[in-house]
Design a protein around this ligand. Structure first.
Ligand SMILES: [Zn+2]
Length: 271
C-alpha cells in the first residue's frame, strides 16, 4: 500500500475521468490520498470530495487539507483565517471529517518577486501556522526560492516544539542542510516525481542521506509527472514511480519503501 500525500484531483484536468483515476489509484495500491488546497474558495468542494471518496474497496480514500497557496495571496481576505477556523470547527464535530492538514502554505518568491507580495505571503503563512497550532494539525509547506525566510519562520514557530509531527516540506527541491533543519523542527520531507527526473541526481543524493523514517512520497498531480510519464498529466497512481525511485536510492525493496512511507504518512496526518 502507498499513500499519495499531495494531490489536486479537483482540477479540471480530472473533470472527465475522476472516478477512473480514483479507482486506478486503488487498484495500483494507492489506498489513501491527501488532497492539498490552494484557495479558500475550494474548501467546501474539497470537503464534499472527501465525503464522496470515503472508505471503500474500489476507490482511494480521500483526505483533505485546507489552506491558501503562497501564489494565491491576492485571493486572501482579512476574514479568511476566521472562515477557515469556523469550517474546521464545524467539520471536527463530525466523526467522519476528513480534514487532516493546513496547506498548502509557505513562500514562493519564484512566482512573486514584488517585495510587497512577499511580505503578504509571510503574513498569510504565519496566520496559517497559527491555525495549525490551534487545531494541532500538521502543515503542508510549499517553498520555492525562499529557503532562508521559510526556515526563519519555521524556527521562530517550532524551535521549542516537542512534537515530531509539525508538517511536511512538500515536493522537496532543497539541499541537505535545509532538509535536516526542517526534520529537527519536527517536519517530514516529501518527494515528488521531480526525484525521478534524469537531471536531479543532486536530489537523489540528498534523499539518500535523510532518514527514511522522515520521508513521504507524493505526486502533486496533475503537475510534475515522473520521468516515465514526462509531459503527461500526472495522477495519484504514479506515486508508484516515486517509491520505485526511492527504492533505488536507498537500495531497499520497494515494499520496504511503501511500508515505511505509508506508516510515516499515517502517523503525520493521522490517516
Ligand atoms: Zn500542490
Amino acid at each position: 500500500m502507498l499513500i499519495d500525500t499531495h494531490a489536486h484531483i479537483n482540477f479540471s484536468d480530472f473533470a472527465e475521468d475522476r472516478e477512473e483515476i480514483m479507482a486506478r489509484a486503488y487498484e495500483l495500491g494507492v489506498k489513501k490520498i491527501l488532497h492539498s488546497c490552494c484557495r479558500v474558495s475550494e474548501i467546501e468542494e474539497l470537503i464534499r470530495l472527501g465525503y464522496e471518496y470515503d472508505i471503500s474497496d474500489s476507490m482511494a480514500n480521500l483526505f483533505i487539507a485546507v489552506g491558501v497557496h503562497p501564489i494565491e495571496v491576492s485571493s486572501w481576505e482579512d476574514n479568511h483565517a476566521q472562515l477557515i477556523r469556523e469550517i474546521i470547527k464545524r467539520e471536527f464535530e463530525s466523526h467522519r471529517h476528513k480534514i487532516r492538514a493546513i496547506g498548502e502554505t509557505g513562500l514562493d518568491y519564484f512566482h512573486c518577486q514584488e517585495l510587497s507580495d512577499q511580505e503578504k505571503q509571510k503574513e498569510i503563512f504565519q496566520e496559517q501556522i497559527q491555525l495549525a497550532k490551534e487545531f494541532s494539525l500538521p502543515l503542508i509547506i510549499h517553498t520555492r526560492d525562499a529557503w532562508n525566510d521559510t526556515l526563519d519562520i519555521l524556527k521562530t514557530n517550532f524551535k521549542n516544539s516537542t512534537s515530531d509531527r509539525n508538517g511536511t516540506i512538500h515536493c522537496y527541491t532543497g539541499d541537505l542542510d535545509f532538509a535536516k533543519a526542517c526534520i529537527d523542527l519536527g517536519f517530514f520531507i516529501s518527494w515528488s516525481g521531480i526525484l525521478t527526473f534524469k537531471k536531479t541526481e543532486n536530489l537523489r543524493e540528498v534523499a539518500k542521506k535523510l532518514p527514511l523514517k522522515r520521508t513521504l512520497i507524493e505526486t502533486d498531480c496533475p503537475y510534475l509527472a515522473p520521468q516515465a510519464k514526462r509531459g503527461k498529466r500526472n495522477e495519484p497512481s504514479y506515486v508508484n514511480y516515486v517509491a520505485e525511485c526511492l527504492s533505488e536510492v536507498y537500495n531497499l525493496e520497494q515494499q520496504e519503501i511503501a511500508k515505511q512511507t505509508t506508516s510515516n504518512a499515517e502517523y503525520l496526518f493521522q490517516l
